[in-house]
Design a protein around this ligand. Sequence first.
Ligand SMILES: O=C(O)C(=O)C[C@H](O)[C@H](O)CO
Ligand SMILES: [Mg+2]
Length: 405
Amino acid sequence: MQIEPIARVQVFVTCPGRNFVTLKITTESGVTGLGDATLNGREMAVVAYLEEHVAPLLIGRDAHRIEDTWNTLHRGAYWRGGPVDMTALAAVDVALWDIKAKLAGLPLYQLLGGASRSGVTVYGHANGETIEDTIAEAKKYVAMGYKAVRLQSGVPGMASTYGVSKDKMFYEPADGALPTENTWSTSLYLNHAPKLFQAAREALGWDIELLHDVHHRLTPIQAARLGKALEPYNLFWLEDAVPADNQAAFRIVRQHTTTPLAVGEVFSSIWSCKTLIEEGLIDYIRATVVHAGGITHLRKIAALADIHHVKTGCHGATDLSPVTMAAALHFGLSVSNFGLQEYMRHTPETDAVFPHAYSFADGMMHPGEAPGLGVELDEGLAATFPYKRAYLPVNRLEDGTAFYW
Ligand SMILES: O=C(O)C(=O)C[C@H](O)[C@H](O)CO
Ligand SMILES: [Mg+2]
């Protein structure tokens, strides 16, 4: 049996505009693999977890034994699961897949069963202070070749709204050394959102797929009302309509609307979405490589989803590093029930720290043909961008009640 013992495990933290945590595993024969371990706003918790509790367990293990390593780390932790553990586990898992594919001399998607399609269709983010601004942004995405765009607009009467950033192309919500506070009005939002999509269909037509993210801010019956109100505009999906801690809550939304539902960017494992998938309460599962235990675990989620007619829709915000973007593309190219992949562009500084083989053309992305993931870490450049603590915002209702952001 061919054995590839792990010799070194390193964790790098870099902040080329935002914080990224990267795990690098090196084998005794000198092959390296990268894994993204970035958990926005809680980065250093994963660093400590990896350095103190995971790295010592990896030294000397056979890098080829990905499934066994996953299960040993997961079942052997006893206190298993949750975002910190599953992000750390994902980083190990992806780094080991990177190593295995490099040793095989193949791009990772070939090890995952080969390409199931010619490319990975992606959606971009159009956001603006007003409906007109948002539509103008969406037109830029259409001009770049995107076939699907997420629309978020400011709501008149609200000082700030989720998803509306000053820098249009490079979204970054983690903006403070302490959390900034937003104020939320459900009624203003519910009155406004259908107007955005009515105007968008008039201006953009019906050939472009449109998406919207509620960011967990409605009760089930409010989400049901919004889904019904948006039906005439034929959304590709309505995302995170309600907080999904209570999976059964989606039954109410589902009973009332035919607008397709997507959820899962904060999910850590198959247990967060088992009911949603088995009862057919959603159409797209948005769990992602870095936060749901890596490729090994995400493949199991996708397999369960496949038999229930649920497609994938991996989270792909800019707080997931290019290492996750590449992993998502290899996964999306190969998995049978791929739906749509989110693609927010990283800044040029981030792209320089993580040179990569993936590319965008005609609304689709491709991971490229480099062996492994096709992403490297420029360690020298990374070291010039030290960690800067940054929090995601918090949200309050108009009367001051702490709410979901
Ligand atoms: O990309 C999305 O759909 C998001 O909701 C982005 C999140 O706000 C972001 O990843 C939080 O870190
Ligand atoms: Mg989202």
